[in-house]
Design a protein around this ligand. Sequence first.
Ligand code: NAD
Length: 443
Amino acid sequence: MDVTIFGSGYVGLVTGVCLAEVGNNVLCIDIDPKKIDLLNSGGVPIYEPGLEELIKSNREAGRLTFSTDAEAGVKHGLFQFIAVGTPPDEDGSADLQYVLAVAKSIAEHMDSYRILVDKSTVPVGTADKVSAVVRETLAARGADVEFDVVSNPEFLKEGAAIDDFMRPDRIIVGTDNPRTAELLRALYAPFNRSHDRLMLMDIKSAELTKYAANAMLATKISFMNELSNIAETVGADIESVRVGIGSDPRIGYQFIYPGCGYGGSCFPKDVRALEQTAQSLGYDAQLLHAVEAVNFRQKEILFDKIKAHFDGDLAGRTFAIWGLSFKPNTDDMREASSRVLMESLWKAGAKVRAFDPVASEETNRIYGERPDLTLTEDAISATEGADGLVIVTEWAQFRSPNFPALKANLKHPVIFDGRNAVDGLQANAAGLTYVSIGRRPRT
Ligand code: NAD
């Protein structure tokens, strides 16, 4: 089938390559000419495991092409995927300008039936807005062309995006039109083979399902972070508590790890957008306010612990940071906890020596050259001459460090572990102080 994807970011690229991989003819459109030039010259603008190889093989097979030409995109695919960003507006609501701009551009160029498939995360009611823009634009052209708008939210996880798309837990399709539903079912059939994962529902429920999923996951994280602070206060060990509650199948072990807060391009903005949607309709979403407030506080916890450890005397000190991306296996630093920490350290007059396996380029793009930031080639170099080590992202390679080497490198032998990623007892045995999130104190 012929498929067009508007937006060649994390979601658009992954959707595009995976649909091409199963034999579709996919054209990816982006308004950023640098991104498209890079993709056309064999480069990949983001780090996502497996993506580069799939782009290469599908380009070579002629099933995947990239362009900035929106008109060519509209002419190409029966399916017109919208996978552009929906960043937060000033009040926290989702900014729909990119989604509606794509809808307008599709309507400006379409001359036969098209299915607009909304993959971006958008508030309930957006499909109606997309339809209205298409109708108005067609009317202004004097054109009478049939179209449908489908809500098909994406649930991929950065770092495991290809696998998530290829073997999805669910494929949500929101439409009231049975014929469109069948076309989507056919498009997704290769990803829906062993048992039926395609869930058909009305458009508003599909739109809300995406927010509900992210808000639930964010709630789990904030709940555990709240509990880790209570565990510290009462002298309990959050890791024992985690294991204890996870054994109840109604709770389960997944996604109940305490840490230094959630970030990324989805949870923070989606929780805020859902709160805002509710607010705009007169409903006060109290649980969501709390989820966000707890996370905000948790992102400051590492700085507070560092400050307490050094009696507030941080000016002129240097801290090693391991992990800059908002989670392992991605270079995405949107709303990353590392940014809150680095910016607080800089404000306090401290310097940072940081290492991340893939996010150095992104860090440079965000912060540029600055005298209080050094990015190192490997983890151990970051600790040379530093006053302490802070683990912010739990990349696998940080889990079992060479503790004696850390002890030798650090001016003050202390690890602040924002993800409870390393063995505190081993750190203590090597003569290091270990500061965690809610574990029993080990000094
Ligand atoms: P992104 O910022 O990585 O990519 C968006 C792309 O859209 C950019 O390359 C931008 O240049 C392009 N764009 C903007 N306007 C355009 C236009 N008019 N025509 C063509 N291209 C245009 O964003 P993303 O992370 O891929 O997220 C896209 C959407 O998917 C968001 O709504 C997000 O919430 C949702 N989502 C993201 C994830 C994730 O893990 N990143 C997961 C599920 C859902």
